[in-house]
Design a protein around this ligand. Structure first.
Ligand SMILES: [Zn+2]
Length: 366
């Protein structure tokens, strides 16, 4: 599917300059993420027609703004329409503007050059650490995803690829094709894992445990809990998942003890607020996730309460959402001033914040 839009072309070109050609995967074009040691192509871009903008996402949970920074882009570059000027410019103003533009382009190019070098260095380090690949990826398990009525929606298959020095796990989605009665290598409806059980728990007003990944969901389920997760991990929790949990009495989020985990937990907690009764966030006493916690001999009840927002703040992590929140929704975008406007960031944040909730929801639903 060819996308024709100024913002998409701009972001794709910047990504290709640092990470090489992207790969089309459904509505997303995927790239290796410039912000973390990415074994796959975890970063993706897509054009949102109704919002007139391009969406950038790392499915491992990196901050959109960090990614833009590595690409030498600004938030305003995500929008198709440039900010409008109120008055025509004089010749000298145009000259100043032109020089500023040239300077900005040169700086962005330098930024991309640095990112390209950094990614090459990290790739080499990763390859050194894992050694040569030994054979094809090996099937580990298939996790069935059902719709609320119990009919199959699809399956997430877990593979492991062995390297000389370590193993790398990967996941792939398969959609159940009910007419052909077989699985096709495609994404499927965004249903929660064990959705029929989740809906029953909503009806029965019992606690629902939300974890990262099917393995942990099944560990909690084996202990008698109603446990679920969304397919494809952090960054893929959508409004559809919120709707499936709507009306629940209590949701306990078990967050992974790392930055993408906290970011995911924070996003999910915000998305669920108002839709469900109470939301708690807990984490493993030992290790990274629920499996580590249980393997260390701790009972499920000993998971410790944690505030993901505080954890992220302690790491001085800032998200686009934080910037939007910090800006009054009534603030008008400022017309650009010259030379390069020091307020460019807040103006674009206001521009983002002034977009209708329906468009934001549409992006979340992607
Ligand atoms: Zn990333």
């Amino acid at each position: 599917m060819a996308v024709m839009s100024p913002s998409f072309d701009r972001v794709r070109d910047a990504f290709e300059a640092v990470a090489g050609p992207g790969k089309q995967s459904g509505q997303w074009m995927t790239f290796q993420c410039p912000c973390h040691d990415d074994h796959h192509a975890s970063a993706a871009i897509a054009h949102n027609q109704s919002g007139g903008r391009t969406v950038v996402r790392c499915f491992a949970g990196c901050d959109d703004r960090d990614i833009l920074d590595r690409l030498g882009l600004k938030v305003v570059d995500l929008f198709d329409e440039p900010m409008r000027r109120e008055a025509p410019l004089s010749a000298s103003e145009r000259a100043v503007r032109k020089r500023a533009g040239e300077r900005a382009r040169a700086e962005a190019e330098q930024r991309r050059e640095a990112t390209r070098a950094d990614m090459a260095r990290r790739r080499a380090e990763l390859e050194r650490q894992r050694g040569d690949q030994l054979g094809e990826p090996e099937f580990v398990r298939a996790y069935l995803y059902e719709r609320a009525d119990g009919t199959p929606a699809g399956s997430v298959v877990r593979y492991v690829t062995h390297y000389e020095h370590l193993d790398v796990k990967t996941f792939r989605q398969f959609r159940w094709d009910k007419t052909r009665k077989r699985y096709a290598p495609q994404g499927f409806d965004p249903v929660l894992y064990h959705l029929p059980e989740v809906r029953a728990a909503v009806e029965a007003r019992t606690t629902i445990v939300l974890v990262e990944g099917e393995k942990d969901a099944d560990r909690a389920r084996a202990l008698g809990a109603t446990a679920t997760c969304n397919a494809m991990g952090a960054g893929s929790f959508t409004q559809a998942h919120v709707d499936q949990l709507a009306g629940a009495e209590r949701v306990v989020i078990v967050t992974d003890r790392d930055e993408p985990g906290y970011r995911h937990a924070q996003t999910v907690r915000e998305m669920l607020s108002g839709a469900v009764g109470a939301v708690y966030v807990v984490q493993a006493l030992t290790g990274k996730d629920l499996s580590d916690h249980l393997d260390a001999g701790h009972p499920f009840e000993d998971l410790e309460p944690v505030d993901p927002e505080a954890e992220l703040a302690a790491k001085r992590v800032c998200t686009v959402k934080d910037v939007m929140r910090a800006t009054s929704p009534h603030a008008r975008p400022q017309p650009p001033t010259h030379p390069p406007p020091p307020t460019a960031m807040s103006a674009t944040a206001a521009q983002v914040a002034s977009r209708s909730p329906a468009q934001e929801k549409d992006e979340v639903a992607r």
